[in-house]
Design a protein around this ligand. Structure first.
Ligand code: A3P
Length: 347
């Protein structure tokens, strides 16, 4: 049972607080949030309750024409695209002094503040993040939202990350700025998300892979549902300020994507500079430079060692190593139903 509250967000969404029963059931194999979670109707987005405190400011956020927003469902290649775009805009000659800083310092996430209420983060130091906040936002207060204020005060051209869908951002976003959307096959997304849930103290998932996949398909994991998120981007794919790309396309030919992005962003980078970007954003090079979150305490050490963190495998088709035939069949049906409704075909 979910309880209806009377709150309506600026985006028009109705806020539904997840019931004690739901929280207890989901809390059996993962760590949740101090103030519970909400679902936003009609789409069904599932977020920590803290989101509602930021929702209006995020919805009214003023984007600039020089901004680039990297929008994704988690585990779809967000960090990769952020590194690509930030390097294209700020570091094509590989000489930027901030290039070694964690990605959240160079490319903040507009919705990150809502997860800082995670029970799994209690006792975890986020000192690097706080330091980055003070560097970008001198004199600003932590309690006013670190990531949100970093988005506000980043020097132009800003590269921002959003796991929020179009529906929760200003409806004028594509008139105001450029959006790059990365979509990834849901089977690989769910595998990547599963390991992320296992290695992060924020989630500490202890259930089976099979039940995780079911939670994903039932829209019972933070940031789900998957389909409306992809759909809202797919419907806008032909807008001149929109760049829609599949993770699988980036994997199969990154240089073609870099050339297209060069045009999309109006940059005129040389081939040498594009080669630099390809090198700097390659899986091995990013992995060697280390985790995008420097606060390593956020990971469960032995799990991180065993499974990897943000840079796990970086391949297409790892789902084949995880699905039983029955589970595969079930997910295939789910994918076929939704993908055909949307008219999208995964690469
Ligand atoms: P896997 O867990 O399948 O390896 P996000 O940044 O949205 O959280 O996505 C993380 C996924 O992108 C992880 O997938 C990670 O390994 C992969 N990834 C990160 N950097 C990459 C890169 N440079 N090239 C290819 N894949 C990358």
């Amino acid at each position: 049972m979910e309880q209806m509250s009377s709150t309506r967000l600026a985006s028009g969404h109705e806020v539904v607080h997840m019931s004690e029963e739901w929280l207890a059931r989901m809390g059996q194999d993962q760590t949740l949030y101090n103030n519970g979670m909400v679902r936003l109707l009609p789409d069904g987005w599932l977020y920590p309750t803290l989101f509602t405190e930021y929702a209006e400011r995020i919805y009214n956020f003023k984007f600039r024409s020089s901004d680039v927003v990297v929008m994704t469902m988690p585990k779809s290649g967000t960090t990769w695209m952020q590194e690509v775009v930030w390097t294209m805009l700020h570091n094509p000659d590989l000489n930027h002094p901030l290039a070694g800083e964690p990605i959240y310092h160079r490319s903040p996430e507009i919705d990150l503040d809502m997860i800082l209420d995670g029970k799994g983060l209690e006792g975890v130091s986020i000192d690097h993040f706080i330091k980055a906040f003070h560097e970008v936002c001198p004199g600003r207060k932590i309690e006013d939202g670190m990531a949100f204020q970093m988005c506000e005060l980043m020097p132009d051209p800003r590269v921002m990350k959003s796991h929020l869908p179009f529906a929760l951002l200003t409806p004028h976003i594509l008139e105001q700025t450029k959006v790059i959307y990365v979509a990834r096959s849901p089977k690989d997304v769910v595998v990547s998300y599963y390991y992320f849930f296992r290695v992060m103290k924020l989630f500490t998932y202890t259930g089976t892979f099979e039940s995780f996949v079911k939670h994903f398909m039932n829209n019972d994991l933070i940031y789900t549902p998957y389909w409306p998120h992809v759909k809202q981007a797919w419907q806008r794919r032909d807008h001149p300020n929109m760049y829609f790309v599949f993770y699988e396309e980036m994997k199969s030919d990154i240089m073609t994507q870099l050339r297209r992005l060069n045009d999309f962003l109006g940059l005129n980078l040389t081939q040498k500079q594009l080669d630099n970007v390809a090198h700097q954003s390659s899986f091995n090079s990013m992995k060697e430079r280390g985790e995008p979150i420097k606060d390593m305490e956020a990971f469960i050490p032995d799990k991180h060692k065993k499974f990897g963190g943000y840079f796990r495998k970086g391949i297409v088709g790892d789902w084949k190593n995880h699905f039983t035939p029955e589970l595969e069949q079930e997910m295939n049906q789910w994918i076929e139903k939704h993908a055909s409704e949307i008219g999208i075909t995964f690469k």
